[in-house]
Design a binder for this molecule. Structure first.
Ligand code: DX5
Ligand code: ZN
Length: 221
């Protein structure tokens, strides 16, 4: 958390036959974290990966692993992800009826605790927990798939959350996820985002992973 902003490539768009190699390429290009999208086919209409992949990532990189849990009952699986090597565990407000307990469990496991919300969910829903989180992940697409279009109507939410955090928890970081690319990253930075997740803009960049990362960095100060 030393840089003013962090890039966290989402491996959802990586070539899974080359995962270790692609993680190394991204690491050499100077990324800060890796984002792992966990989907269960219930909370979101897609199934992706679980602790086995987190454990495999841990074996190829020392960078922090940023785990985005798009699953029902995430509290059941937190320990498995922590044991697999998670550094940050982010849970959706829509799936956690006992959010205080869930955030405490994450911290007790030695991980940083993140809270996230779908584009249609209001900031008021997460406000009671903002004093207790290390990061707030603002979804800028409906969770479930990489390669979707950024939703500009979510932009004011970033500024709104930043303002609340500045008052009650200034060290907490805001992460944005979904449709982050050369056209959208700067708008989110200008609203106060500090961690930028990108899958397709990095792993599907026509000139390769390193150019994809560089083209995002070039748009930040
Ligand atoms: C969407 C995931 C995102 C996704 C981003 O549900 O949470 O992390 O991988 O993909 P892009 O950057 O292609 O929108
Ligand atoms: Zn994600």
């Amino acid at each position: 958390m030393k840089k003013p902003y962090l890039i966290s490539p989402s491996i959802l768009s990586a070539d899974f036959t080359q995962l270790g190699n692609q993680i190394k390429q991204a690491e050499e290009a100077g990324v800060d974290w890796f984002h792992v999208d966990v989907m269960d086919g219930h909370f979101v209409p897609n199934i992706s990966m679980g602790p086995v992949i987190v454990e495999a990532c841990k074996r190829v990189t020392d960078l922090p692993l940023d785990i985005h849990l798009m699953i029902e009952k995430p509290e059941v699986y937190l320990e498995d992800f922590a044991n697999a090597g998670a550094d940050v565990l982010t849970v959706h407000i829509e799936t956690c009826p006992e959010m205080d307990f869930t955030l405490q469990t994450i911290r007790d496991l030695g991980c940083k605790a993140g809270i996230t919300l779908k584009p249609a969910t209001g900031v008021d829903k997460i406000k009671p927990y903002l004093k207790d989180v290390d990061l707030v992940l603002v979804m800028t697409v409906n969770p479930g798939f990489s390669g979707q279009s950024f939703m500009p109507e979510v932009l004011p939410k970033i500024g709104q959350i930043r303002k609340i955090l500045d008052e009650i928890n200034p060290d907490a970081l805001i992460e944005v996820d979904g449709g982050i690319n050369e056209k959208t990253i700067r708008q989110t930075f200008d609203q106060g985002a500090e961690i930028f997740v990108a899958a397709s803009a990095i792993f599907n960049h026509p000139h390769g992973i390193q150019r994809g990362i560089q083209s995002l960095r070039d748009l930040l100060p």
